[in-house]
Design a binder for this molecule. Structure first.
Ligand code: PGA
Length: 246
């Protein structure tokens, strides 16, 4: 399966920094063996859409509304994202779950909105450090994925899933390739039980993936790509991860 490396810029960037970063990525596309995307803040979608137009670099967003349209101040709908050529949208990132109280049901609904608009949701699941230490990792990620399966039925084969242990995000601590593979395997089995097309679902690893640990993580049988935060803000680091994905 073709791997996917997706950058999550989070709340970073500026018109000038984005232009320089995207140009540096576009200068390198000839050797890419995987799919590559950047998930940018919504105010920069138009800018990055015009920069990546006609290239193999895909455009992504970081969140979308559970609502279709109407009186929801500050929200951005799936249809609006589609209007700007968005191909992927992160949903249920742990920072949304933590700081914006997004429940499993909310995340599942957002995935459904994205799919209905023809956008591939990158659904994030992952345990906190306390949950891992209490031996609850598998229970937590299975519960988070179950909500998305329940709401989306057979469409589950159209999502991208991302396993992001919360304790590894932005901390410099990465799950070992074996630890990550173990959880990815659990998620794969759960997807297989839900859909006969589950083998086409890409399961990304996220959490301090960088130029030096990417190859070992990406070599695991159920790790089909990466969701990259910090390292996605530097072209050289991001491109080394892309080069490790084949
Ligand atoms: P990180 O972030 O690579 O900076 O750990 C990953 C993410 O939050 O998607």
């Amino acid at each position: 399966m073709k791997k996917l490396i997706a950058g999550n810029w989070k709340m970073n960037g500026s018109l000038s920094a984005n232009a320089a970063l995207v140009q540096a990525l576009l200068d390198d596309t000839s050797d890419w063996a995987c799919d590559v995307a950047v998930c940018v803040p919504p105010v920069y979608l138009a800018q990055v859409q015009s920069l990546v137009q006609g290239s193999v670099l895909g455009l992504g967003a970081q969140d979308l509304s559970t609502q279709e349209a109407g009186a929801f101040t500050g929200e951005v709908s799936a249809a609006m994202l589609k209007d700007f050529g968005v191909r992927y949208c992160i949903v249920g990132h742990s920072e949304r779950r933590q700081y914006h109280q997004e429940s499993d049901a909310t995340v599942a609904l957002k995935a459904q909105r994205a799919l209905a608009a023809g956008i591939t949701p990158i659904v994030c699941v992952g345990e906190t450090l306390a949950q891992r230490e209490a031996g609850l990792t598998e229970e937590v990620v299975k519960r988070q994925l179950a909500a998305v399966v329940h709401t989306n039925g057979h469409c589950i084969s159209e999502i991208v899933l991302a396993y992001e242990p919360v304790w590894a995000i932005g901390t410099g601590k990465t799950a070992s390739p074996q630890e990550a593979q173990q959880v990815h395997h659990v998620l794969r089995s759960q997807l297989q039980a839900a859909s006969q097309h589950a083998d086409r679902v890409r399961i990304l690893y996220g959490g301090s993936m960088n130029a030096s640990n990417a190859a070992a993580l990406l070599a695991q049988p159920d790790i089909d790509g990466g969701l990259i935060g910090g390292a996605a803000l530097q072209a050289a680091a991001f491109l080394s991860i892309v080069a490790a994905a084949h």
